[in-house]
Design a protein around this ligand. Structure first.
Ligand code: C6P
Length: 436
């Protein structure tokens, strides 16, 4: 039985003292002060090296308010949601649904029914590719993707295209790391049913003109999915403003816990779709032979959800809003420019991605040093970056490299950490030149 009681249970009084305070993140923007909200940033690693965490595009660190709410949830609130008619069940349901409302407001969605909790961007895209694509696509239909997609926005479409006989088409990536928008317009002239593209490239940092791309796709009669894994964390994103049909993002890239993410969907489209996963809580009536579905969003939330994760994501959103999304965007962009400036001074460093509008992910190669060797070397100086194909193998092919190194900043990073990165790269170059 479903229990979504609207009576307000009494406020929760945690039996444990929480070390975080509600106002973390508030006040004038000061990255040094904000860092104090992130206990992990004070770590020393490999002995005495202060951690410089520059791998934020992979996952961000978590403020104490998020860490604490997870602890508090399990100590004072834990219960299953939408089913148990007891005190804790109501508390958990209320807080879970409050988190959904926070996310709805955060992304400017018209209704909380359009906000579906998933495990993350990957699952969100799979829901659409599978639940929408399998039933809607016919042989000869076309799906337009781009040459800079993360595997999460590529492989699900490959699978569904194979199953339905639909065709994939790709917007080329230009040398400066932007999309060939003229080619995009040409590609939209076919039987395009879906255009799915990333808002920000996790490799190139390019911010794509998704509002314009969405309008063009709609004019061609296609639906639009925006992979917002790298944009919702660091700039204002409104689904109403973008007018997209689907938006996918991950909690762990925006201060939230791992294993929780969001699929926003336009209500009319979600209502027409069949479910993705089936089982408990997503049904209305079940007989031995047949079933009908629950209303949105439960239709797409089969089984016990990640309750604490959703609540933690709600607290992460509170934190981000206290800092301010415009502030975060401006600071990230400034730090990215600073990082590029420092890296460019190093002979033999090549930066990938020169789009005029770019985010805080800066990929590069260092002549004569394999990206994995570089990442490992500078890790010994306490600096965390990512190296590899970054789950974008087709883009690596386009760039002509098997792998890259990537530094990615967030609002709690400092210029001096990028200075340390540059110094450590210089050391690495020397080391690998002489082999000692
Ligand atoms: N990119 C990176 O280091 P998940 O794993 O589902 O939370 O996110 C997948 C994903 C989808 N789209 C884009 C644009 C992404 O950047 C990512 C995750 C991480 O670049 C891990 S590969």
């Amino acid at each position: 039985m479903s229990n979504t009681s609207s009576s307000s249970p009494p406020p929760l009084v945690p039996p444990v003292a929480c070390v975080c305070n509600e106002q973390v993140g508030a006040g004038p923007f000061d990255p040094r002060r904000l860092r104090q909200d992130f206990p992990i940033l004070a770590l020393t690693v490999h002995g005495d090296k202060t951690l410089a965490y520059l791998d934020n595009a992979a996952t961000t660190q978590k403020p104490a308010s998020v860490v604490c709410v997870l602890c508090e949830y399990y100590q004072a609130c834990n219960a299953n949601v939408h089913r148990s008619i007891h005190y804790l069940g109501e508390q958990a349901t209320q807080r879970f649904e409050e988190a959904r409302k926070k996310i709805q407001r955060f992304i400017g969605a018209p209704s909380e029914r359009s906000v579906i909790f998933t495990r993350g961007t990957t699952e969100s895209i799979n829901v659409v590719a599978s639940a929408w694509g399998r039933r809607s696509l016919k042989p000869g239909d076309e799906i337009v993707l781009t040459g800079m997609e993360h595997h999460s926005n590529l492989v699900p479409w490959q699978l569904v295209a194979k199953e339905t006989g639909a065709r994939l088409k790709f917007v080329p990536v230009l040398d400066d790391g932007t999309l060939d928008l003229e080619a995009y317009e040409r590609l939209l002239k076919g039987r395009v049913r879906m255009a799915a593209f990333t808002h920000i490239s996790n490799v190139l940092g390019t911010v794509n003109p998704v509002k314009r791309m969405t309008a063009l796709a709609h004019a061609a009669g296609a639906l639009v999915l925006v992979d917002a894994a790298q944009s919702v964390p660091n700039r204002p994103v409104s689904v109403t403003d973008l007018d997209c049909d689907f938006l996918a993002f991950s909690g762990h890239k925006m201060l939230g816990p791992t294993g929780i993410g969001v699929l926003y969907g336009r209500l009319e489209v979600l209502e027409r779709m069949e479910p993705f996963l089936t089982g408990g809580e997503m049904i209305s009536r079940v007989t031995l032979e047949d079933s009908t579905w629950a209303d949105l969003p439960q239709k797409f939330e089969a089984g016990t959800p990640h309750v604490s994760g959703a609540i933690g994501l709600g607290v992460a959103v509170d934190y981000l809003q206290r800092v301010g999304m415009e502030t975060i965007r401006d600071y990230d962009e400034r730090l990215a420019r600073y990082a590029i400036g420092r890296l460019e001074q190093i002979p033999g460093v090549r930066i990938f991605g020169r789009a005029p509008e770019r985010s805080g992910a800066v990929s590069f190669e260092v002549e004569g040093v394999h990206p994995h060797d570089l990442a490992q070397f500078i890790d010994r100086d306490g600096i965390a970056i990512r190296a590899g194909h970054l789950c974008a193998q087709p883009l690596m092919k386009r760039l002509g490299v098997p792998a890259v190194s990537r530094a990615s900043v967030y609002f709690y990073n400092l210029e001096e950490e990028l200075d340390r990165l540059a110094q450590s790269i210089l050391k690495a170059k020397e080391f690998f030149r002489h082999g000692s």
